[in-house]
Design a protein around this ligand. Structure first.
Ligand SMILES: [Zn+2]
Ligand SMILES: [Zn+2]
Ligand SMILES: [Zn+2]
Length: 242
């Protein structure tokens, strides 16, 4: 097969990125439709209903089944293993095409499907823990980077993300122009959201400079090594000729 030119490779990569963004957008739509269906039909249980032992309105199976957490695969007796395999097969039969995660309530074994079964409502304790966490991770503007995202509709939107991330993580975002969710085809880091003194910019340049210097040093050592090899071989050749 003929080798691809750099230009052809580039074109293929762009096509692939677009295809993946459209797929992510489609998946986002599938899940959003499901959430709307749950809202319309009142599929979600309240915490009180859950505590009272109501079965899942998505699949009809119990949520709080009183069977305790499932033992680890390695520690199962053969009877437990058989039961596990039977339930696994039954689960696959019911949710094999759902393309989703599974969830189980702590202290129960019955598995539920992320696509068919609305996740259980949080307990008060969980809500408290989560709010405490959200307060503690309140992000300062100076820790954010701006990113330009090109979407499947070709609109470009600017979003922010914490500087700890090297890649933009969300696959689907809101497009204000189209007023709908769109897949992200291409991302470009613009720079710090808020960096009036240019501190972040300087730090980034400094670390890039250090990386480039280290690379040069490695290349210099390779050149020296090659030069020594050339000298050695020339020396041997001269000796052989004389
Ligand atoms: Zn369920
Ligand atoms: Zn399912
Ligand atoms: Zn758009």
């Amino acid at each position: 097969m003929a080798k691809l030119t750099a230009e052809e490779r580039q074109r293929r990569a762009v096509r692939r990125a677009r295809r993946e963004a459209l797929a992510a957008e489609e998946e986002d739509r599938r899940l959003e439709e499901r959430r709307q269906l749950w809202a319309r039909e009142g599929t979600r249980l309240s915490r009180a209903e859950l505590e009272a032992g109501e079965p899942c309105r998505g699949c009809g199976e119990p949520i709080r089944d009183g069977r305790g957490d499932s033992p680890a695969l390695l520690h199962m007796t053969s009877a437990e293993r058989e039961e596990h395999d039977r339930e696994e097969a039954r689960y696959r039969g019911r949710h094999g095409d759902c393309r989703s995660y599974r969830w189980t309530l702590e202290g129960s074994r019955t598995q539920h499907c992320g696509y068919c079964c609305p996740p259980p409502p949080m307990s008060e304790r969980q809500v408290e823990k989560l709010s405490a966490l959200l307060v503690s991770i309140k992000t300062e503007n100076r820790d954010l980077d701006d990113w330009d995202l090109t979407l499947t509709c070709d609109h470009v939107v600017r979003c922010t993300q914490h500087r700890d991330h090297d890649h933009y993580s969300r696959r689907v975002v809101d497009c204000p122009t189209c007023a709908t969710r769109r897949g992200v085809v291409e991302v470009e880091r613009v720079g710090p959201t808020d960096d009036p003194e240019g501190r972040v910019q300087r730090e980034r340049l400094l670390s890039e400079l250090q990386a480039a210097k280290a690379k040069l040093e490695r290349q210099r050592r390779t050149v020296e090594k090659t030069q020594r090899r050339i000298d050695e071989l020339s020396e041997k050749l001269r000796a052989a000729e004389s």
